[in-house]
Design a protein around this ligand. Structure first.
Ligand code: 5RP
Length: 262
């Protein structure tokens, strides 16, 4: 069954499967958004159904909430949870310090709020997300619809004095209309190519009145679990300074693959 999956989906599944082993009964778990996080939700759903895992999940988007309910995970709001044991989410890029670009799926605001409210954040990914310097992936910035063009002009002006290579910005579209986030905002994608000082850029962007949040996750991620299509998985822990390699049996996903229609 697993041979029907693309190598990239296998790699995503492997990382999600290994990350799910960090989840224990009684935990409140932040559930990320995107195709890799969806594998995690399916893996956790299977553990709830087959192994008696008892968790409360806080989803980071309406999409994830829907999937979590579908697979049998109890869903609660962040306000009900207040504080989480662990958040597991995907990323668009991560660097050697485990700083991230997130928001390719448009859920960066809830993702950052949930990850920040967690004892630990684990990022799950395939190898394509690893970079030396952040910025090849366009940086998503969530902005208030009111005056978004003015906010965009302000951002473009500010980028001139920042340590970045590119300066193009684009309003994210959903067909012919601007993309609207779960919080009713728009997203500007900043094509920066190389972000020299991600920490400073994150602070500067968030000082602008029309900016709600940016997709730079600095010092938030504790561990990256990177999957490979052949079953290898690499675990990097920034606090311990360790890198471990393991192997996951792909046949363990047979039930999940059978249900996979995405
Ligand atoms: O930040 C995100 C959503 O806002 C996603 O985690 C990110 O875009 C990665 O997605 P995928 O796992 O589909 O590659």
């Amino acid at each position: 069954m697993s041979s029907d999956l693309s190598p990239i989906d296998k790699a995503k599944f492997i990382s999600a499967k290994r990350a799910a082993q960090f989840v224990e009964s009684g935990m409140k778990v932040g559930l990320g958004t995107g195709s890799t996080a969806a594998w995690l939700v399916r893996c956790l759903g299977e553990m709830v159904r087959d192994d008696g895992l008892r968790i409360k999940g806080v989803p980071t988007s309406t999409r994830t909430a829907e999937l979590a309910r579908q697979v049998g995970i109890e869903v609660i709001s962040l306000d009900e949870a207040r504080w989480l044991d662990l958040t597991i989410d995907g990323a668009d890029e991560f660097d050697g310090d485990l700083n991230l670009i997130k928001g390719g799926g448009g859920a960066l605001l809830q993702e950052k709020i949930v990850a920040t409210a967690s004892d630990q954040m684990i990022v799950i990914s395939d190898a394509s997300k690893e970079v030396e310097t952040l910025g090849a992936f366009p940086l998503p910035v969530e902005v208030i619809p009111f005056g978004w063009q003015t906010t965009r002009a302000l951002i473009e002006e500010t980028l001139v004095s920042m340590d970045v290579l590119g300066r193009d910005t684009a309003l994210r579209m959903n067909g012919a209309v601007p993309y609207v986030t779960d919080e009713g905002n728009h997203i500007l994608d900043l094509h920066l190519r190389r972000i020299g000082n991600a920490r400073q850029l994150a602070l500067v962007l968030n000082q602008m009145p029309g900016v709600v949040e940016n997709g730079l996750f600095i010092d938030i991620c504790d561990r990256v679990i990177m999957g490979f299509a052949d079953g290898r998985v690499e675990l990097r822990d920034i606090n311990e300074g360790t890198v471990d390699t393991e192997r996951i049996d792909l046949t363990e996903g047979a039930n999940i693959f059978a249900d996979f229609t995405d």
